[in-house]
Write a protein that binds this ligand. Structure first.
Ligand code: BG6
Length: 292
C-alpha cells in the first residue's frame, strides 16, 4: 500500500491521462492492451475494453456523477458494509467509500498492463479512521483489489466489488460455478435456498448472496462470449438484476436497460463479515478475462 503524501502529483505514464469525463475527473487509459476509464470519485472503473473486445463493463447512460453520487454501472467499490449493513439500519446503502473522491497514489506500467493505486483516507464518517486502498491492473485481463484497514477503532467490515457486467441479453445467460450452492434470497427477505445442480439462468428479479468464493463463468449466449470472474479473499458471490419492475423505479437507469447487464459481485458479507482490530486489514480482489 502506498502512503498518501500531501497532494504530491503522481507522474502519469504514457497511455494514461487525467481528463474530465461526464463532468468529473477520471483517468483515461489507452494502451495497445486495453482502454479503460477510472473515475477518482469512488475509485470507480466505468469502462474496461480489452483490445479486440467490446466493453466488459456496463454503464448507465443516466448515471449521476460528482458530489457524493454513486455511479450506476462499472465497478462500484462497496464497504465498509454491504447493502443496509448487517444490522439493516445503516444510513447509506453499500457504505460510504463509493461516495468520496479518492487520491491517486501510484501509476505505472508492469509489462503491457497499467497499474493504478488509489487511496481514501480521513473520510470515515464514524471518526474511526478506517482507510481504503484500491489497486487496478488493466490490460488483456483486469484485476481489482480493495483493502479496508481499520484505524484506531476496532470495526466490523463487509466489502464487495459490485461489478456490472455488460451482456447482450440478461435473459439469455448461463452462469456457471454456483451449482449446488447455498444462497440467501434478498427478494424473499433473505430466505435460505439452494441452487440446483445446474447453471443459473435468470428469469425474474434476482438478488442472491451465494456462499461461493471460487471462479464464476458468465456465459453470454446472445453475445457469443464468456466473462470469467476469479475472486480472491472473498466468501460470497452476489448476483443481482432488478428486472423491469425494479428498474422502473431507478431514476439513474433507463427503463429498458436492465436487459444489458448482470451484477456478479465478489464479496465478504453477512455472516462472513470480519472484525478488524486497530491496524487490521481485509483485502478482496477479482481478476476478469474474456473468452470467445
Ligand atoms: C446489490 C444488492 O448488490 O446492489 C441489491 O444485492 C441492490 O439489493 C443492488 O439493490 C443495487 O444497489 P444500489 O445501492 O447501487 O442501488
Amino acid at each position: 500500500m502506498s502512503p498518501v503524501t500531501e497532494r504530491t502529483p503522481v507522474h502519469l505514464p504514457s497511455g494514461v491521462s487525467l481528463e474530465q469525463v461526464n463532468g468529473t475527473e477520471a483517468l483515461v487509459i489507452n494502451t495497445p492492451a486495453a482502454r479503460a476509464v477510472l473515475h477518482l470519485d469512488g475509485a470507480h472503473l466505468t469502462s474496461w475494453t480489452p483490445a479486440g473486445e467490446q466493453d466488459v463493463l456496463w454503464l448507465s447512460e443516466l448515471s449521476e456523477y460528482g458530489d457524493g453520487a454513486a455511479i450506476r454501472g462499472g465497478i462500484p467499490l462497496v464497504g465498509p458494509w454491504f447493502g443496509p449493513g448487517r444490522s439493516g439500519d445503516k444510513p447509506v446503502k453499500h457504505g460510504w467509500i463509493r461516495n468520496h473522491p479518492w487520491e491517486l497514489t501510484e501509476a505505472s506500467f508492469d509489462g503491457k498492463d497499467v497499474v493504478l493505486e488509489l487511496a481514501l483516507v480521513d473520510a470515515d464518517p464514524s471518526g474511526g479512521g478506517l482507510r481504503a486502498d484500491a489497486r487496478f491492473r488493466i490490460g488483456a485481463e483486469l484485476s481489482v483489489d480493495l483493502t479496508l484497514t481499520a484505524g484506531a477503532q476496532e470495526v466490523e467490515v463487509e466489502a464487495a466489488l459490485h461489478t456490472y457486467l455488460a451482456v447482450a441479453d440478461v435473459r439469455e445467460l448461463r452462469i456457471h460455478g454456483l451449482q449446488g450452492a447455498d444462497y440467501l434470497d434478498n427478494t424473499q427477505g433473505l430466505a435460505e435456498d439452494r441452487q440446483e445442480d445446474t447453471a443459473l439462468e435468470l428469469t425474474g428479479p434476482t438478488d442472491r448472496i451465494y456462499s461461493v468464493n471460487s471462479e464464476v463463468r458468465i456465459e453470454d449466449v446472445a453475445g457469443g462470449r464468456s466473462i470469467v470472474s476469479c475472486p480472491r479473499g472473498t466468501a460470497k458471490t452476489v448476483v443481482w438484476n432488478p428486472w423491469p419492475e425494479l428498474a422502473a423505479g431507478m431514476a439513474d437507469m433507463p427503463d429498458d436497460a436492465w436487459t444489458s447487464f448482470v451484477c456478479v459481485e465478489p464479496a465478504v458479507a453477512k455472516e462472513s463479515a470480519q472484525v478488524l482490530r486497530s491496524g487490521g486489514a481485509l483485502t478482496i480482489g477479482v481478476t476478469y478475462r474474456v473468452e470467445r
